[in-house]
Design a protein around this ligand. Structure first.
Ligand code: SF4
Ligand code: SF4
Length: 506
């Protein structure tokens, strides 16, 4: 039986063809359950026949698009942002109270049953009394920061590394790889992710290349796969370096905070000069070698107003990017110009997000634009610090977070370093959002998870309390969802596959 083309009464991100999901890489590890794309594909629940009664799911976030359509987001479901036609929105409204389904199928609302079934499939209508709770995907990847060198060719104003000439030796590096594969097997991870960092990791390129090759050899005889990437400032990328990274399948993430002076103000060479022109050249060199970098942006007070220009540059090149807020620490506390004002950052980011509206990328920005929040997968912890992220310094000592690299908990030589890290009561405590004061009843709790624990502790002396950026997040999340709705409304009309209800009926 031929299957009809989908009617766009409901549009969803899975309807966008060729929209890659990328993992927003930066110093942190916030990929959570997103490392395996097969686990973040929401499967609509089709119940045929439909329950006798349905009602609108409680706590839906809803807003209008300018063309009369509406978008809706259920914070307690993994369904994501759904764009509704006025007819679908009207049907959703008609279920404000529990209602028999047949009562809605009037001649005025033709085909209502099919739309109702879709609203139910995407958790917008539920059986009365049913409680929704998002499923948290367990991390399948064990991530590690490998502090390849403690040296750097930049002196960035917000850097938390106290630089020295120390480098990681090949011996320490190989022992680290051995430990990571053993830990992954012991604790049930299917992948090891190596983040070569520093300092500037490319100052120790030979170590990066040889450890990646060693890890690939280990992966070939193990059930654990490996993924490598370099976190780099981008200023020392020659054609030869780019080619070697590409040949070895090593990804790269480049830090870029603005165009020209906006970048140069915070990311200076050792001699005080600006670094933007070198980074720009490095990005070009990577692209010419066929290696697409992801871009890590740190926003501070000064760089905020340059974001529209930076986004133009990144969107022109179609580069994936992620944006983090500046986090103060001991070394940067004297750099008071970095501290952003709450109203300024809200206004600047709202302006930058509306700038992106004019030139939407096909890929989702749900995990990229509001600091450590991630609206692609529900989660109850902000990041993997203290659970599946090992920060290994150049001597083989292991800390929970790059910002606590000088506060090691264990070493690569321990019998079970991951267990020691997880059970440590020293330093960073990565508390579930359900245990954070101020977060428990928040609409956004399973997408924000309460913010960076290190930053919250620095601001409040507590880990079990909401982020000091809370008001900023709450002001930005609606704009982030709007951007996603616009992306879906723009690209989903290309969708030509049958919708789930039609597929079930066929
Ligand atoms: S604790 Fe904060 S800085 Fe450390 S990995 Fe988590 S989000 Fe990043
Ligand atoms: S930090 Fe604020 S926005 Fe985030 S979960 Fe807590 S209360 Fe909600």
């Amino acid at each position: 039986m031929p299957i009809a083309r989908a009617l766009p009464d409901l549009m969803h991100r899975q309807m966008i063809p060729h929209a890659e999901i990328f993992t927003a890489d930066c110093d942190c590890d916030c990929s959570l359950g997103l490392d395996d794309t097969s686990t973040n594909t929401f499967v609509p629940g089709i119940s045929v026949p439909l329950p006798a009664q349905l009602q609108q799911a409680p706590g839906l976030y809803r807003d209008q698009l300018s063309d009369g359509r509406e978008f809706v987001f259920n914070p307690l479901s993994a369904a994501g942002v759904i764009v509704l036609t006025p007819r679908a929105a009207h049907l959703l409204d008609s279920f404000a109270l529990p209602q028999q389904i047949a009562a809605t199928d009037t001649p005025q609302v033709s085909g209502a049953h099919a739309v109702i079934a879709q609203l139910a499939a995407y958790d917008l209508l539920i059986e009365p009394g049913r409680e929704l709770m998002p499923i948290f995907q367990p991390a399948k990847t064990l991530a590690a920061w490998l502090h390849s060198t403690n040296d750097c060719n930049l002196r960035c104003s917000y850097c938390y590394i106290r630089k020295t000439a120390d480098r990681m030796s090949h011996e320490v590096g190989r022992h680290t790889i051995d430990m990571l594969f053993a830990s992954a097997e012991q604790h049930g991870f299917s992948k090891v992710k190596l983040k070569f960092s520093g300092g500037e990791a490319l100052l120790n390129l030979s170590l990066v290349l040889s450890l990646n090759a060693y890890a690939q050899e280990k992966a070939a005889i193990s059930s654990v796969s490996v993924q490598s990437l370099v976190l780099s400032n981008g200023i020392a990328i020659s054609a030869s370096t780019a080619r070697k990274l590409r040949e070895q399948g090593i990804g790269i993430c480049i830090s870029l905070d603005g165009i020209g002076a906006h970048h140069d103000a915070e990311r200076r060479l050792v001699n005080g000069g600006g670094s933007f022109v070198y980074v720009q050249r490095g990005i070009q060199t990577l692209l010419e070698a066929g290696l697409v970098p992801t871009i890590a942006i740190t926003v501070s007070e000064y760089t905020l107003d340059g974001l529209p220009q930076l986004f133009d540059y990144l969107l022109d090149l179609d580069l994936p990017f992620t944006l983090s807020f500046y986090r103060e620490h001991e070394q940067s506390a004297c750099e008071t110009h970095l501290r952003f004002g709450e109203q300024h950052i809200i206004a600047a980011l709202l302006a930058a997000l509306s700038h992106i509206e004019q030139r939407l990328p096909r890929r989702s920005l749900l995990e990229s634009l509001v600091d450590k929040a991630n609206f692609l997968a529900a989660h109850d912890h902000t990041c993997a610090a203290g659970s599946s992220y090992l920060v290994v310094d150049q001597h083989g000592q292991i800390a929970k977070c790059p910002m606590e690299i000088e506060r090691p908990i264990t070493t690569i030589f321990a019998a079970d370093p991951l267990h020691e890290l997880r059970s440590s009561v020293i330093g960073l405590q990565n508390v579930s959002v359900d245990a954070k004061e101020g977060c428990q009843s928040c609409t956004w709790r399973y997408w924000c998870a309460g913010g960076c624990p290190v930053q919250t502790y620095r601001a409040t002396g507590r880990y079990d309390i909401r982020s000091p950026n809370c008001a900023i997040y709450k002001a930005l999340f609606p704009a982030l969802l709007r951007l996603e709705a616009l992306r879906i409304a723009t690209f989903a009309p290309e969708y030509s596959a049958p919708n789930p209800v039609e597929r079930a009926a066929a």
